[in-house]
Write a protein that binds this ligand. Sequence first.
Ligand code: BG6
Length: 297
Amino acid sequence: MSVQETEREVILTHPTNKATAVKILKYGATVYSWTLDGQEQLWLSTAAHMDGSKPVRGGIPLVFPVFGKNETDELLSKLPQHGLARNSTWEFLGQTKSNPPTVQFGLNKNIANEEMTKLWGEEFNLILTIELGADFLKTAIEVENPSTSKDLKFNWLFHTYLRIPDIEDTMVSNLVGMKVHDKLLHEAFIDKHPVIQFHQETDVVYEKVTDERVVQVVRQGHPLHTVKRDNLPDVVVWNPWTEKSGGMADFEPKSGFKEMVCIEPGYVTDFVTLQPGKKWNASQILSKDKLKYQAIQ
Ligand code: BG6
């Protein structure tokens, strides 16, 4: 059987390779493990809360309807950092395809975390589709505004924690020439570095990166991860390094920052504004791919 459901999670196994699998916690509809031919591709903290008491530290937490902590919007500023999707138990909607195994999860105002829907009372329907290919993992989101009278304003982001052997030996490519907002320096500039390297805490948002730019995580000339995006123009690159990870109780082992980098495709610089009755779709595809250097446009 390629799809197994338990009370807490859903596991997909690829029909042609039992060592390729994805595990999804119903809490947050969080993908917390993706093994490709026996090799784990995602980073998960050993202290991650898997019991629904806190968002999962690792895997692919889902960020909606707000990225970060909003201070200005009348409604969204009431929500905690990164919104409510990662703090809500999603409904498992079932399997939609057998090969590649594909499943869906749903979330709406009625079943989302009540403490949070009290703070932000907008109506929304989310459908997350997870497709496990023999050599890729696709996560796709559909946001619907079911209201008949009000616009729905939101951010979306896949907060993807990629597993790597050594952060100091890792580069992120194909973002050269893009405008980047450095959240630590509170500055925006054009990044002219041919690749991103890591020697300290990094928390940056590359803005309006066209879908054709394929972001790759590269080590010693070999791509470890390839991230393709559809309708997700912003790319957050995050590594907490020593001090920040030291302050996070659910980040273990403390040396774990060396083995992860977050590449987070999202729609976060602007808000999506969805008119009543309309739908919005976006996706990310993770894979291993040939090394691809793309020229500055
Ligand atoms: C990133 C943000 O997306 O998420 C960082 O850019 C933030 O600023 C990080 O620190 C982790 O957030 P959290 O809420 O999961 O600790």
